[in-house]
Design a protein around this ligand. Structure first.
Ligand code: ZN
Length: 345
């Protein structure tokens, strides 16, 4: 089968690899019908050291179940399923606590095992716990929004939940990528009254406004902190969704949180240390967040997608075939595209 493999920074290739197959009796294999490129894929795209045996890419997908292992009970061949970016058994102590990304039998897609989702097929460990069947056809108009339940919508929601967004709150979203934009949807969905989008690219700001952002802050660094304070009576916001993962983003996040506020961080951290921790200490700011347990959130978000109350699929502004995936990475890296969908089959 063909799959996307990264061999180093800027070096993404479509390669012939061994077919995905059942290894454990709890596995399933899906034929991928939709995948996408993630903002987090751009970190290795910019930083990865060259390697001889590349890394399979992709951790977001919708697919059709092709085969199931002997112990799989809830899925059958032909089911259309959403795949969260992490696999999990759904039964261990952490899954029961809703932290599926810490499942004792779990792990992440986009690694040599079990493989990546920017591919024709993929092995799904812990299939019963991981995959969520959806009651639509494979070419349904809702496909784009359903695909965001793999990662970006669930991750934006996690940022909002861990930042303690609630009715009447003032919220700031740092990051105008797909996760930040989904964070705007999530904040409004949870009742936020004021939602600041921190960004400056017109197409993204327009979409953020469509999703319910009330204010735009285009300044950066200390000026951004000042501007948000100015717009919130000098105090800052109750909740900050940190969807970038850099030192500067964290410093801004803590700087604009009001005393007693909270930061929900979902940007994969690429910082070492930040002076903002001192400010955070004196302001009693809660810093939470981490890899989103999107499997747990799908049950909550799926009805809103199926009934059209939220349209996170609008973050996709380009569709490519598998062969065009390398150019999709380039387009996202150059901010020519917000998020690229890969259409297979
Ligand atoms: Zn578990």
């Amino acid at each position: 089968m063909r799959a996307t493999v990264m061999f180093g920074a800027g070096d993404v290739r479509i390669e012939s690899v061994p077919d995905a197959g059942i290894v454990e009796p709890t596995d399933a294999v899906i034929a991928v019908t939709r995948a996408c490129i993630c903002g987090s894929d751009l970190w290795p795209y910019n930083l990865m050291e060259p390697v001889e045996r590349g890394r399979p890419m992709g951790h977001e997908a919708i697919g059709i179940v092709e085969a199931v292992g002997a112990e799989v009970r809830t899925l059958k061949r032909g089911d259309l399923v959403v795949m969260p970016f992490a696999y999990s058994d759904g039964t261990c102590v952490f899954c029961r606590d809703g932290i599926h990304t810490s499942c004792v039998n779990g792990g992440f897609f986009g690694l040599p095992e079990p493989g990546g989702a920017q591919a024709e097929a993929l092995r799904i460990p812990q299939a019963d716990g991981t995959l969520v069947p959806v009651p639509v056809g494979p070419d349904d108009v809702l496909m784009a929004s359903l695909l965001t339940l793999s990662d970006v919508m669930g991750t934006g929601h996690h940022a909002a939940v861990t930042a303690r967004v609630g009715p009447g709150r003032a919220v700031a979203v740092i990051g105008d990528g797909a996760v930040g934009l989904c964070g705007v949807i999530a904040a409004r969905r949870l009742g936020a009254e004021q939602v600041f989008i921190m960004g400056r690219r017109p197409d993204r700001i327009a979409l953020a406004k469509d999703f319910g952002a009330t204010d735009v802050v285009s300044e950066r660094g200390d000026e951004a902190v000042e501007r948000v304070r100015e717009l919130t009576g000098g105090f800052g916001v109750h909740s900050v969704l940190e969807c970038v993962g850099t030192d500067q983003a964290m410093a801004t996040a803590i700087g604009i949180a009001r005393p007693g506020g909270a930061v929900g961080r979902v940007g994969v951290p690429h910082y070492e240390t930040t002076d903002a921790w001192v400010t955070g200490f004196y302001n009693n700011v809660t810093v939470s967040g981490g890899p989103a347990p999107v499997r747990g959130y799908i049950n909550e978000l799926l009805p809103d997608v199926l009934e059209g109350r939220i349209e996170p699929g609008r973050v996709f502004d380009r569709i490519v075939g598998l062969d065009e995936v390398p150019d999709g990475y380039r387009a996202m890296n150059e901010r020519e595209s917000i998020k690229v969908m890969v259409r297979l089959g």
